[in-house]
Design a protein around this ligand. Structure first.
Ligand code: PLP
Length: 280
């Protein structure tokens, strides 16, 4: 089943209009929520961010977020989703093609689920990344459907046999194409501050809480590409990749070229957080 507007229906029963503004302008916002043990992880935080993204592009959700939450819980249950993802998208709706906001259109919510296991090989062994220029717009804090900058960056990584692209704007590391980036230097965690140049990841926010509990100092200040290259450890974070070590950047090993101790400590704390919140 998928969620289409306010109804759970089979995928075949729906049709998306050619003049849906998501198609023509990328005019909408989205979220991805992880499900563990049949229960969504930090769902309220994701839905709050969806509401914020919508507000920032002056889009009113067609019904209250509490209603959406109930529909998504129904969707998870009806699809028997034990381990996987829920993708939610809200477009500004269907209207004759014209850049300005339509007067009549009702925003369209759609959501579907994907079965997906935790990426254990990557989590245990780490991944390769490459650096590339951050060519995206200046409102990366909005989780908008305009993802071409991210798509091109990710493909650059894939072209180089890597899994993620680390974006650099004016010599400063901002984030990954679909992840936040952290470095560890002399025991302190550094990550870009949550401003217009990055998405304030939900996983990023969970990491702040866990680091605090583990008494790992965090510095939310910008760092350069040179600092990235001389870091003791580097990891990325996202809903689907969790806390994933980066062991090679631009063909050179990070630290010893294997996941480092601080990253592993946070990974362990993250697994405990999954258990605490979804197995209660
Ligand atoms: N940064 C960008 C650009 C992203 O697209 C994402 C996730 O899709 C993230 C960071 C990580 O955010 P979250 O932890 O909420 O998944």
């Amino acid at each position: 089943m998928i969620l289409y507007d306010e109804r759970l229906v089979s995928r075949e029963e729906t049709d998306i209009d050619i003049e849906d503004r998501a198609y023509q302008f990328g005019d909408g916002v989205y979220e991805m929520i992880r499900v563990y043990h049949g229960r969504p992880f930090y769902m309220d935080e994701h839905l709050a961010r969806l509401e914020r993204s919508a507000t920032e592009i002056r889009l009113s959700l067609p019904y209250p977020i509490t209603r959406l939450k109930q529909l998504l819980l129904d969707l998870i249950q009806q699809n028997h989703l034990e381990e996987g993802n829920v993708y939610i998208q809200v477009s500004r709706g269907v209207a004759p093609r014209y850049h300005g906001f339509p007067e009549q259109a009702r925003p369209l919510v759609i959501a579907y689920t994907q079965h997906a296991k935790r990426p254990l090989a990557e989590l245990n062994h780490g991944i390769k990344a490459v650096t590339t220029e951050d060519i995206r717009w200046l409102r990366c804090d909005i989780k908008s459907l305009n993802l071409l900058g991210a798509v091109l960056a990710k493909q650059t990584a894939i072209d180089h046999g890597a899994k993620e692209a680390i974006l650099v704007r004016d010599g400063i590391v901002t984030e990954g194409s679909s992840t936040n980036i952290f470095i560890i230097k002399d025991g302190t965690l550094h990550t870009h501050p949550a401003n217009h140049l990055i998405l304030n990841g939900i996983t990023r926010q969970v990491i702040f809480k866990l680091a605090d509990e583990c008494e790992i100092p965090i510095s939310e200040t910008t760092f350069s590409k040179e600092a990235l290259e001389s870091a003791d450890e580097v990891f990325l974070s996202s809903t689907t990749m969790e806390i994933c070590p980066i062991v090679e950047i631009d063909g050179r090993p990070v630290g010893q070229g294997v996941p480092g101790p601080v990253t592993k400590q946070l990974q362990e704390a993250f697994v405990n957080e999954i258990k605490r919140t979804t197995l209660a």
